[in-house]
Design a protein. Structure first.
Length: 165
């Protein structure tokens, strides 16, 4: 009886190992093959920590996330290597645009929240390509995917404003 339990436990462990191995990325498949939303969120959180502010724009360029962070009234661009994620560069891009500042001051929904919401509703095959802040009466985070679709998420309450593609 003990040998049957050992065999069953061993087979269960083997099955779990195989299932988890199937979830990993294949050798040579880097972020440029498709960036998962969790990786994007990790890059945003790291950039916000590095710059000491709040992200308001993101663009994926190959294996790098270029994250713009509002910090002390400035636009700080932080480049994050998606493989780490690790910060590879940081530069001051000047004063933060007044419209962006006003929208962010009134927005409880963060860029990372918008990525989470958009990814949960996105039904295409693409991964996150860029995120931008749309100002005005219908202020929203526009999350664009590599399959040419996009989802706009309200900055005020995190609901889907529109979806295209």
């Amino acid at each position: 009886m003990a040998s049957l339990r050992s065999l069953a436990a061993g087979l269960s462990a083997l099955g779990l190992s195989l299932a988890l191995a199937g979830c990993g990325s294949s050798p040579g498949a880097g972020p440029s093959a498709g960036v998962g939303y969790e990786t994007v969120i990790a890059a945003v959180v790291l950039a916000e920590s590095e710059a000491g502010g709040r992200a308001f724009e993101l663009e994926i360029e190959g294996d790098t996330a270029q994250v713009h962070v509002a910090a002390a009234g400035r636009d700080v661009e932080v480049d994050v290597d998606l493989a780490g994620p690790t910060v590879t560069d940081r530069r001051d891009d000047g004063d933060l645009d007044g419209d962006d500042r006003a929208t962010m001051d009134a927005a409880p929904t963060t860029l990372a929240d918008a990525v989470r919401v958009a990814a949960a509703t996105h039904d295409g095959d693409g991964s996150v390509d860029e995120v931008s802040l749309e100002n005005g009466d219908d202020a929203a985070w526009k999350v664009a995917f590599t399959d040419a679709s996009d989802v706009a998420v309200s900055v005020t309450d995190g609901t889907i404003v529109r979806s295209a593609g």
